[in-house]
Structure formats: C-alpha cells, structure tokens
Design a protein. Structure first.
Length: 341
C-alpha cells in the first residue's frame, strides 16, 4: 500500500532536463539496484498538462514510470489521497503498482500499451472496452463512505484563485469572467444534483484520452493517472469522459459524442455495471442527464484551469482552455435544461 512506501529525499527539477535525469538515476539506485546506470534510457511523454511524465528502462520489458508533479499542484490535489486511491485500484488490478515516492513525484510500474487518441476513442470496440472498465471501477467497494467529491474539489479550486502576475492575462481573465460568478454556478449545480440524487461510486474523474492505455497484443485496456480518483457521481465520470473525446492539446469539442452515440455507449456501460439490460426509462434518463454531467465536467475543469494558469510553469494555454470550457459548458447546461422543460 502507498502508506508503507519508502520516501526518497530526491527532488526532480521540471525546468532542468539534465539534472532531472541525474536525480532519476540516483532514485533508480534504490528502486532498481540491478540496473546498470549506463544502460538506462529515458523516454519523455509530453501529453500531460499537469505533470512531467517519463519512462526509465534498460529494455522493452523492464521499465518504470516517473511522474514529476507540476509546481503548486499540491494546492488543488490531495497527494496522500491520490496514493490511497491508487493503492486501491492497483489491488483490484486496475492500476500499475506504486514503487516509490520522492519529494515532488512518484515512481510506478510500467503498463504496456499506447495511449488513445481522438480517433481510437471513437472506435466501437474501444468504446465497449472503456465502458466495461469504467463499470468495473465504479463497482469497487472500499468500505469508505460514498460521498461525492466534486463540490469539495471545486470549492477548493475556487479558494486558490488569486490574481495573475501577468497584466495581459489578468485583463484577458477580467474580460472573459467579469459577468461570471463561479461560486454561484457551483451552488446551482449542487442544487440540481441534490434533487436528482445521482448514484455515487469510485471514479477516476479524469478519463481523458491520454489517461487510457490499450495493449493491443494482449487486448487489455487500463486507466492511468489517479490524481483526482475518489468517490463521485458515476455520471460525472461518464460525462467527463465524453467531454474528453475533444482531445487535450488543441481540444475540438465538436468531436464529443452525439446523444445517439452516448446512448449506445451508456447502454453497454449500464449493462456491464448492473449485469442486466437497462430499461428504456433508465437509458433515456442517463442520456438526458449526460448533458448535465458534461456541463459539470466543463465547470470543474474551467475552475481548475484558472488555478493552473496562475501557478503552473508548464507551457500550456490554461486560461484559453478555461474560457473555452466555460463556453462549451454553458451550451451543455442549456441543452440539459431544454430537455427538462
């Protein structure tokens, strides 16, 4: 379990690749003493917009993964809780084993496969595998109280919004959000869901395409990156995943699944989760509410991105991303409200 892992004193600098590699090699002396230093190769994955992620290996079959946390991410991510969630998922065979902790990151085992992209996630056979894996995760029992985390997380994000050091960014933020009361929007969303009383289960909460691995050789699909894993509305997880069909680097939200595509996806998910075919009423309700939970996802990541824009050193247009998701989220909410009239 994560709580018993040895803590290493090393810190890996995000902005100094050479020193980062040297510190990683020193960590590997402890975690992989059988590896020869001169044989170690590094491969950087650049898909993440919160962390630096890279692999260390001596062969194709002997690899570990380093994840270096982004600057100030501890303000919005409970790292202890992340490790506890990771340990639960690893025990159920849904996550790679944790190998070690260092000051600003973790080392974990390697899961074979390639991350999905906006084309692969749309393939019917991939949709089926994702729905089945998500259903299995949502059925996990841990003995903890099943309370949705989404509102606590959003309010934590809100408490960390300050001002921009860059005057141009502050002006851009003021123009985009001058008529937007984010706290009120969170409260309104909470009021709606309290009336609906959605199901709560163990959720990933961040199933973008880069957090889904597919091992073609063994036909196995896995989820990675559990920073936000926690109990939540299971419909948030599915709705959030639908939003992530847009991609990450240059998201195109016109790629998100239509209601008809969502219907087929949710039908398979509900059957996998409950062991029986959903009734027409259950399916219609899930499809209708998917717009609501897509809107919730957009609000969640809007607020998150504002905090990142003010704190992260990673080169990504977080503020532009926040503005984009605010707009698309409003459209999803309008679609949901229209369907309930």
């Amino acid at each position: 379990m994560a709580a018993t892992l040895e803590k290493l004193h090393h810190e890996l600098p995000l902005q100094d690749p050479k020193k980062c590699d040297q510190e990683a090699l020193d960590i590997l002396k402890t975690l992989k003493p059988e590896w020869k230093r001169e044989d170690v190769k590094f491969e950087v994955f650049t898909a993440g917009i919160t962390n630096k992620i890279f692999a260390a290996s001596v062969s194709d079959d002997d690899k570990v993964i380093f994840r270096v946390f982004g600057k100030n991410t501890e303000k919005i991510i409970d790292r202890r809780h992340e490790l506890e969630s990771w340990a639960v998922l690893a025990e159920k065979g849904l996550a790679a084993p944790l190998l070690g902790l260092f000051k600003n990151g973790i080392v974990c085992g390697y899961l074979p496969g390639k991350t999905l992209d906006v084309k692969l996630v749309r393939k019917p056979e991939m949709q089926t595998k994702i729905a089945e894996a998500m259903a299995k995760m949502h059925n996990i029992e841990t003995g903890h109280a099943k309370l949705p985390c989404v509102y606590d997380k959003m309010r934590n994000f809100l408490s960390n919004i300050g001002t921009f050091e860059d005057e141009a960014k502050q002006a851009q933020y003021d123009r985009a959000f001058h008529n937007v009361d984010l706290e009120t929007r969170v409260a309104e969303m909470e009021a709606i869901t309290s009336r609906l009383q959605p199901e709560v289960g163990f959720c990933h909460n961040d199933l973008l395409v880069y957090n889904i691995l597919y091992d073609e050789k063994n036909e196995k699909l896995s989820f990675i990156d559990y920073e936000y894993a926690d109990f939540n509305f299971t419909s948030f997880d599915t709705g959030n995943h639908f939003c992530e069909w847009a991609g990450v680097d240059n998201p195109d939200f016109t790629l998100c699944p239509s209601k008809e595509v969502r219907r087929g996806w949710l039908k398979h998910y509900l059957k996998s989760k409950n062991g029986t075919e959903p009734s027409e009423h259950q399916l219609e309700t899930a499809v209708q509410q998917s717009d609501l939970f897509m809107a919730m996802s957009h609000l969640f990541w809007t607020i998150w991105a504002i905090v990142q824009a003010q704190n992260s050193t990673i080169e990504f247009d977080y503020l532009g991303y926040a503005i984009q998701r605010l707009k698309v989220g409003q459209e999803c909410m309008e679609e949901y409200l229209k369907s309930t009239r």
